[in-house]
Design a protein around this ligand. Structure first.
Ligand SMILES: [Fe+2]
Ligand SMILES: [Fe+2]
Length: 272
């Protein structure tokens, strides 16, 4: 599992605080010069109380981060919009697809939305090679390797902006070890790991379905359903979802939900 610099620092602070509380508890017991049983009980009680308070504070801190990441006006999302507007739009649609699927199979939709917002932030480093930003002609040297690097770069940027570990995991798992799809047939694969949770599996599926639908000029309901079936089958057949915990029944519901959400998005667009 990936760990951010801030979480490593948090771990050190918590470890130090726990030792400080234990030290204070031992000192108090020594000063009190009570019976051995009294000392053991008081040390244990104070240690438990201290650990509980620390964990509670840490939990509050992480959820505050999640709330600020949800605000699309934050510096990282603003940077993505400025540098890679196509990727920014793609990420918002992936978020819509993913959080709707989450509701359909009753899982935490906040992390689905946040994971989708930030899954491609690595594209900030080399935005023009990605088709959604409209400049890629396929002639770039070492294109596949540069495309693969957006996962590693995503983790690097996530660390710079102190993103929580839950989001870092989604960034590094969103392509699993799939084969890279670019202008020509390639034998290059992403390094993995495969999605390790239902949330990561949903983001992978939302990502490839959105990219494929976007590449079609005027998709109708039949082509949309075909794309969904093809993309999901491709991920299943190559074993990408084997460690995600998603059941066949859930994948069926996800496909239904994709069809509904994508049709709504395109219906709205065509009306504008
Ligand atoms: Fe990606
Ligand atoms: Fe993506």
């Amino acid at each position: 599992m990936a760990r951010t610099k801030r979480q490593t620092r948090q771990g050190i602070v918590i470890f130090a605080l726990e030792w400080l509380i234990l030290f204070l508890a031992v000192s108090l017991a020594t000063i009190a010069e009570r019976s051995l049983v009294f000392n053991i009980v008081s040390i244990t009680a104070l240690s438990f109380l201290g650990t509980y308070l620390i964990l509670k504070t840490k939990k509050l801190g992480v959820s505050t981060d999640m709330a600020s990441l949800n605000n699309l006006g934050n510096p990282l999302m603003t940077r993505l919009l400025k540098v890679a507007p196509g990727t920014y739009n793609h990420s918002l649609i992936v978020a819509q697809l993913a959080s709707s699927c989450g509701k359909a199979i009753s899982i935490n939709s906040e992390l689905l939305q946040l994971g989708a917002y930030y899954h491609d932030i690595g594209k900030i480093m080399n935005p023009s090679i990605f088709v959604e930003n409209g400049k890629n002609t396929g002639s770039e040297h070492n294109l596949e390797k540069k495309i693969i690097a957006h996962v590693k770069n995503g983790l690097k940027i996530a660390n710079e902006y102190f993103l929580p570990v839950e989001i870092c995991d989604l960034i590094i798992q969103h392509h699993g070890n799939s084969r890279v799809e670019s202008f020509k047939e390639s034998g290059f694969h992403y390094p993995g790991p495969k999605p390790q949770s239902k949330i990561a599996g949903i983001i992978m599926l939302s990502d490839c379905v959105e990219a494929s639908v976007r590449s079609q000029k005027n998709p109708n309901e039949i082509t949309i359903r075909k794309i969904i079936d093809t993309q999901v089958k491709k991920k299943q057949d190559s074993g990408q979802l084997s460690e995600s915990g998603l059941s066949e029944d859930e994948i069926g519901k996800i496909k239904q939900d994709f069809a509904l959400t994508i049709s709504n998005i395109y219906h709205k667009r065509n009306k504008q």
